[in-house]
Design a protein around this ligand. Structure first.
Ligand SMILES: [Zn+2]
Length: 96
């Protein structure tokens, strides 16, 4: 069974953002996303530190990229996507 992905309306707004504005995301939006993930997603987040939200296409990007919800020890919940060597998930505020 395919895991039900979260409310598309919440994520729709994100696809309009550029990657550079991820660190300036409205904390309320992140809280809303956290409140809307499934229990399975929440458990995955607790256990692994990150969970896939959905594949989204950002403004100016050619392809869809996978967006993850991560928990940074310093900045709390943040959105991120795989980047750099090994396609790691970095907290957008820590790499600032
Ligand atoms: Zn951080």
């Amino acid at each position: 069974m395919v895991e039900e992905l979260m409310d598309k309306r919440l994520l729709a707004g994100l696809s309009l953002m550029s990657a550079f504005s991820l660190r300036q995301l409205d904390p309320n939006l992140i809280n809303q996303i956290v409140a809307n993930i499934s229990l399975t997603q929440y458990l995955t987040l607790l256990i692994t530190g990150s969970v896939l939200l959905d594949w989204l296409k950002c403004a100016g990007w050619k392809d869809k990229i996978p967006f993850y919800l991560i928990k940074c020890e310093k900045h709390g919940y943040q959105l991120s996507y795989p980047s750099g060597y090994g396609m790691k998930l970095f907290c957008p505020k820590c790499v600032e």
